[in-house]
Ligand binder design. Structure first.
Ligand code: MN
Length: 258
């Protein structure tokens, strides 16, 4: 029996993960290991300073008082038992995870944790707006999960999926987009007269670059972006090797690098 591990960063009781569980049920045995409380924007953080506690809420259903990454690590190493699951799916996140935002995303990080532990993985986000329904992303997730179970994914790679709010016009393969700026930090004064700061106020503004996640989603398509675990900038590495800048040769006590 194939097994799929589900997690998210919106928390165990979020509607998105339930829609995901329902949509994938006929493909495999579904295990849900999700954070007890919302963990959006925690990125890839791992809890190391205290033990984790989990609550068993049903057959193959667990809420953990940790991060999305904790959930995947705990799920694969301990709760599921036996070999790693055939697929890790993270989501369905309420809201987009596109462009540089993938670096903040707990949803995407959880999928990467699956990749690190040797499983193919899928991160799914449902963009909010007119016509919003988790069912849209749930249907897309099912098709992609079915395909991955059949065809697999290259090592160290996941698919990051963003689904537009209204009925998609189709699916586009994309690269990460570029967010131009957001309204920075909102400064306020609390009721006791102390200065406080809110991060992440305004709506993100994106560069209109064809072929990017943002661009295709804005045009009404589902965006599928393959993401790789290895962030090495191979192009610049080659440039550096060719250029041999002075700091390579002058490294303290070292011989020139190769
Ligand atoms: Mn979230």
């Amino acid at each position: 029996m194939r097994r799929i591990l589900l997690t998210n960063d919106d928390g165990y009781s979020s509607e998105g993960i339930q829609a995901l569980a329902d949509s994938l049920e006929s493909l495999a045995e579904i295990w849900v290991v999700a954070p007890r409380t919302e963990q959006s924007a925690v990125s890839h953080s791992l809890t190391l300073d205290r033990p984790l506690r989990m609550e068993r809420l049903g057959e193959r259903r667990y809420a953990v008082d940790g991060t999305p990454t904790d959930c995947v690590a705990l799920g694969i190493a301990s709760l599921l038992g036996g070999p790693p699951p055939d697929l890790v799916v993270s989501g369905i996140n309420s809201g987009a995870n596109m462009g540089v935002d993938v670096h903040y995303s707990g949803t995407v990080a959880a999928a990467f944790e699956g990749v690190i532990l040797g499983c193919p993985a899928l991160a799914v986000s449902q963009i909010r707006g007119e016509g919003f329904s988790f069912q849209t992303a749930a249907a897309v997730s099912r098709r992609l999960a079915e395909w991955i179970l059949e065809s697999g994914l290259p090592a160290d790679t996941l698919l990051n999926v963003n689904v537009p709010p209204s009925t998609p016009r189709g699916v586009k393969l994309t690269r990460l987009g570029v967010r131009r700026y957001t309204e920075g930090i909102i400064e306020q004064v609390d009721p006791r007269g102390k200065q406080v700061f809110w991060i992440g106020g305004g709506e993100p503004v994106w560069d209109e670059i064809p072929g990017t996640d943002f661009h295709e989603v804005a045009a009404g398509y589902v965006s599928v972006t393959p993401l790789h675990l290895d962030m090495t900038d191979v192009r610049f590495l080659e440039e550096l090797r060719a250029a041999q800048p002075a700091w390579i040769a002058t490294e303290p006590g070292g011989e020139p690098g190769r």
